[in-house]
Ligand binder design. Sequence first.
Ligand SMILES: Nc1ncnc2c1ncn2[C@@H]1O[C@H](COP(=O)(O)OS(=O)(=O)O)[C@@H](OP(=O)(O)O)[C@H]1O
Length: 318
Amino acid sequence: MQIKRLPKVIGIGVKKCGTDGVIRFLGHHPLIKIPWQVQSEVNFFGSRNVIRGRNAYRAYFPPTNRMELGMEKTPTYFNHPDLSLPLSIKNMVPMAKLLLIVCDPTMRSFSDYVHEKTRDDLFNRRLMAKYDTFEDYVKDQLPKARRLLKHIKNNRTSFKNDLITQSVLGQLLFKDPAAALIGTGLYIYHIQRWKKVYNESNLLIIDGENFRENTGHVIEQIQDFIGIPKLLWKEDFVKNPDTGFYCYRKLTEKYLNQSYVENEDELRASLKCLPKGKGRTRNGAKHASPETLEMLRQFYKPYNEAFYDEIGRKYNWI
Ligand SMILES: Nc1ncnc2c1ncn2[C@@H]1O[C@H](COP(=O)(O)OS(=O)(=O)O)[C@@H](OP(=O)(O)O)[C@H]1O
């Protein structure tokens, strides 16, 4: 019977790390249902709606039968100022599995800058107006971020259980989108609240750099984690010759047939790619100065290392 049910999979972030790719590509799985009417970002737990309870949350999702599963993603759940947000999710949807896609915080910050500069949001546009370039932005905001962290850390050297920094940082990022371009990438302060409530069996951490380069492989891994039949295979993902990003195209007998010769127009027409607006920076279409990126890399280094320790895995973010 098809009825509205709570989701079984929730993408919790991180903004600009590939969250849209994960949900849209998984949306090609016949058993996964996405609330497209709200563009898949429900933001239920990050808003006052949460007090309206389970039925209000359930209302966002398309009807599903017992085999199918609903999924949403809200990238700001990960670094939301409400430190008890993970517990709210766990209490409301105890069986849900979470997906967290993280990525090189330096490149994430640049991607977020480009995104905020092009967004159709007057408040953000005004706020970002004084930064003509990413270099201007970093020059102004990086020293502020350094000073702020020094101030709120107040000589605390451990990243572990530093609830004061987690909380102040959370509030600040929420109120000041300009600060969020840098602060969102301080993953070590955001991850701990999730690890208190979730473990490897119900929280999958994905490297966004790997997702971009090995999309099909990661999509296979996610299906295993969710525990659904593997119906999307790495062979179903093909690079777009124009952008270099992977798109979805079901591998059918037609493409396997030895006598089939594909021309580029046919290839383009057969691809289901992410919408325009995804893939602005990572393929080099826009770039920041190497000096600015290096400054950010040095800034993030200790926070990345603490994050690797926390999750017990190291990524090749440079
Ligand atoms: N297959 C494919 N096609 C296009 N883009 C891809 C793909 N895989 C990963 N990415 C990267 O996803 C980045 C956008 O991340 P998000 O979807 O999390 O952004 S958002 O938070 O929802 O705005 C986006 O960042 P930018 O390159 O800066 O636009 C992409 O690099």
